[in-house]
Write a protein that binds this ligand. Structure first.
Ligand SMILES: [Zn+2]
Length: 390
């Protein structure tokens, strides 16, 4: 591993599958993060950088490394997730890392192995310099970002827990995601839950003896559609993130065409803007449906709840990053985005946190994912400047 350019590192990372099974029971070398974790440990061994592997479940864990810097300067957490979304349906070879048109193509190119390569390249570069010339770094390569964020949850639990390797707790966090070198200071969160209606099963030749859970659900869905429309026009309008959204993503109901359905379940995805509370959203949704539809239903406890990233809580980090990015890449701005990340987990632990990286979210999770090589290199240079100046 003597070539520590972002491009050389990314080429190796793309070749190692690390698909998140997304809750399914997929096994084998193409699934989960073990291959990438092993590669990362070898990378840090070969550079003589202190690190460790925190297993969270078999085949899945975080690789954490530390680079000591000047004792009077900041300790910066640089976080990138090891998992990618699945490769099914891709129209390019997901693992070949083809270079064409100034881009590298493959699964994870921009989300988030490219930004991870920028971090690793920076760490290798700083490791060749005097420790006193830069900030201290904690590098966390976390698992399971794409589904449950188990890696970030585990890492944050270890802050202030007497874990020597993570003492002192980092002062700041930069979470790598493809932001086109803009600095994300706010983003939406997400709340997902199910609603169930229960009817009375009957033979479909005599439907009057039963009560259809699907008919009841149809009325609820109309109510939800109306709520979604109202959010678009009168939901809280966040200056960087816009208004909240609501979408009904799945519906399952009925056992057979000749039975009046006894049960119907839908899944709701509600995007949350900074300032909204999960409890209030659930309460208001329940009340609105009750008032509008006048039918019995059950709201199940949320399956997913990711907090939004709140602006105004990152101190001067965003300002510094915008300035340094402007110097290296010409322009950058502090922005809000609609997608969620694990940054709020670090923010909740009290770390001023922003999301930043080369690559565009427009190419993340796509059938022909790619990253621009020039932007990849600029990303590494900016992180280097951050470590030199903070
Ligand atoms: Zn990502």
């Amino acid at each position: 591993m003597d070539d520590d350019t972002p491009l050389a590192i990314l080429n190796q990372l793309i070749r190692i599958p690390s698909q998140n099974p997304m809750g399914h029971d997929h096994r084998g070398p193409e699934w989960c993060e073990q291959g990438v974790s092993d590669w990362l440990c070898r990378f840090f061994v070969s550079h003589n950088i202190p690190h460790r592997y925190d297993q969270i479940e078999p085949g899945r864990g975080n690789v954490i490394a530390k680079l000591a810097g000047h004792p009077d300067r900041s300790t910066i957490l640089l976080d990138a997730h090891q998992d990618t979304v699945p490769v099914a349906g891709m129209t390019i070879d997901p693992y070949q890392g083809i270079e064409r048109d100034g881009r590298i193509w493959g699964r994870g190119a921009c989300d988030v192995k490219g930004p991870m390569a920028a971090i690793l390249s920076t760490v290798a570069r700083l490791n060749r310099e005097q420790a006193r010339s830069h900030a201290s770094l904690v590098v966390s390569m976390t698992c399971d970002e794409e589904l449950g964020q188990k890696g970030a949850i585990d890492l944050v639990k270890r802050f202030d827990s007497g874990d020597n390797f993570l003492t002192p707790t980092p002062d700041l966090a930069i979470v790598a995601e493809p932001t086109e070198l803009n600095v994300v200071v706010a983003h939406k969160g997400v709340l997902r839950w199910r609603i169930q209606t229960t009817g009375v099963a009957a033979h479909s030749s005599r439907p009057s003896l039963g009560q259809s859970a699907i008919y009841s659900m149809a009325r609820l869905i109309s109510g939800l559609e109306q709520l979604a429309d109202e959010l678009q026009t009168s939901g809280p309008d966040h200056p960087l993130c816009g208004r909240p959204t609501l979408s009904v993503g799945t519906i399952h109901g009925g056992e057979s065409v000749n039975i009046v359905p006894e049960r119907c379940v839908i899944e709701i995805d509600r995007r949350v803007v900074p300032g909204e509370s999960f409890e209030t959203i659930l309460h208001q949704t329940r009340q609105a449906l009750k008032n509008q539809c006048g039918i019995e239903f059950e709201m199940l406890p949320p399956d997913t709840s990711c907090e939004p990233l709140r602006d105004g809580e990152n101190g001067t980090l965003a300002e510094t990053l915008v300035r340094l990015t402007g110097q290296v890449a010409g322009s950058s701005q502090a922005i809000g985005v609609a997608f969620t990340t694990q940054a709020p987990k670090f923010a909740a632990a009290g770390l001023p946190t922003v999301v930043f990286g080369p690559g565009s979210i427009d190419q993340a999770h796509t059938k022909d994912e790619w990253i621009d090589i020039e932007q990849l290199n600029q990303g590494a240079e900016i992180l280097y400047q951050v470590a030199k100046q903070l």
